[in-house]
Design a protein around this ligand. Structure first.
Ligand code: DSN
Length: 416
């Protein structure tokens, strides 16, 4: 195999080259079902590996602390303008190195230490940066959680309203990393207004679906919207903050110098490229396919007797509830690893196992959709995973063969 972009690495550092080559082969030869992962375009990959990695550009376009920032300014301004246009935002900060950094910067912008925050519990689909006790969000702030309803595993806004009235948070947080259902941001806004809270929506998972107009846009309803750029948004690994103009100064100072130093200019260039790609008509078609694939995958499990948390999905991700299958999330993740299907074990609402074991597995369709997989393929994959749950020893060789056939049918990075 030839990897032109890594020929220098091969010469200088054969050990790292071997790992990069191994990773390329892994991505090509396994089915990637981790809901937060995706495959970037060659253009995004090139920008990520560009000479902009050499540049220090502390500050913001036109207001830098170093000389020689004329091209850094160009790429950052392009990224800012495109992000604002895509989401209809008054202000965008494209410098956060990650979603967690974006969330931390919003906390610094909006809160004082000890202020109360209210976010969706991690086991119920939230995120560790939304107030988990050992995360900075739970250590430096008084964090409280809300939960999904035991009835349908969805956010019950009456229950959330009562909780918010009791807690009276300064910041209400919507969104998370394992919540498969559409979120109603008008309801969040109403509750935030009723209790005098600011509203932050963590749209990391759904950002691409929002950008395509296929999920309610949180921007008009929120004080702050944070996101990653590498999930459904199909960009490089990184973060993003969108906010109202009145919060712009606080957000910019909270990112730099509040929580970060020099921005990663190569990544910001790649974000700009990804945003341009997200403005093209075929991006909407891609996101429609992501959603159709997720729905087909969920249906494929339900028709084979495998429980899906909340009974399905409105987004790109779903959670298998394995409690009645006699297998833990960890066991299924390990079995799937052995047959070249990659996923992550995940806690489910009302979890009784530890986060290292779990009763669930989270699956998502952005990566396989980027490879070209369709709804028939999703039904086939649901069947393979159901076989791995119910009859693993007898079927594992056949599952491995079928995975290989699927990977051959949809080549990935064939020119690398
Ligand atoms: N680790 C990310 C995910 O998998 O959803 C969230 O930070």
């Amino acid at each position: 195999m030839k990897i032109p972009c890594c020929s220098a690495v091969k010469q200088v550092d054969p050990e790292v080259f071997a790992a990069i080559r191994g990773e390329l082969l892994r991505q090509q030869n396994k089915l990637e079902l981790i809901a937060s992962e995706n495959f970037v375009s060659s253009a995004v990959l090139e920008a990520t590996g560009s000479v902009l990695t050499n540049k220090y550009a502390e500050g913001y376009p036109g207001r830098r602390y170093y000389g020689g920032c004329e091209y850094a300014d160009v790429v950052e301004q392009l990224a800012i303008d495109r992000a604002k246009e895509i989401f209809g935002a008054e202000h965008a900060n494209v410098q956060p190195h990650s979603g967690s950094q974006a969330n931390t910067a919003v906390f610094l912008a909006a809160l004082d230490p000890g202020d109360r925050i209210l976010g969706l519990d991690l086991n119920h689909g939230g995120h560790l940066t939304h107030g988990m006790k050992i995360n900075i969000s739970g250590k430096f702030f008084e964090s409280h959680s809300y939960h999904v309803s035991p009835k349908d595993c969805q956010v019950d806004f009456d229950v959330l309203r009562s909780k918010a009235k009791k807690v009276r948070p300064k910041l209400l947080i919507a969104g998370g990393s394992a919540y498969p259902r559409a979120l109603d941001f008008t309801a969040y806004r109403e509750i935030a207004d009723e209790v005098g809270a600011l509203l932050m929506v963590d749209a990391a998972h759904i950002a691409g679906i929002v950008a395509a107009g296929l999920h309610m846009n949180p921007v008009p309803y929120s004080d702050f919207v944070t996101s990653t750029t590498h999930k459904t948004l199909c960009g490089p690994r990184g973060g993003l903050i969108l906010c109202k103009k009145k919060h712009a100064k606080a957000v910019d100072s909270a990112v730099f110098p509040g929580t970060q130093g020099g921005p990663l200019m190569h990544i910001i260039a790649a974000k700009a490229v990804a945003f341009k790609e997200a403005m093209q008509a075929d991006f909407v078609d891609y996101q429609k396919r992501v959603l159709a694939n997720a729905a087909a995958l969920a249906d494929g499990f339900l028709s084979r007797g495998v429980d899906v948390v909340s009974g399905g999905t409105d987004t790109h991700l779903l959670l298998l509830d394995l409690r009645k299958s006699g297998i833990t999330g960890l066991e299924l993740q390990n079995r799937l690893d052995q047959v070249n299907i990659t996923c992550n074990k995940n806690t489910i609402p009302f979890e009784t196992e530890s986060p290292r074991i779990t009763s669930g597995v989270r699956l998502g369709t952005p990566a396989l959709t980027s490879r070209g997989f369709n709804t028939q393929d999703m039904d086939l994959i649901a069947g393979l995973i159901a076989d791995a749950i119910h009859d693993y020893d007898a079927k594992k060789d056949r599952i491995t063969r079928e995975v290989a056939t699927l990977c051959e049918r949809y080549p990935l990075y064939a020119d690398l």
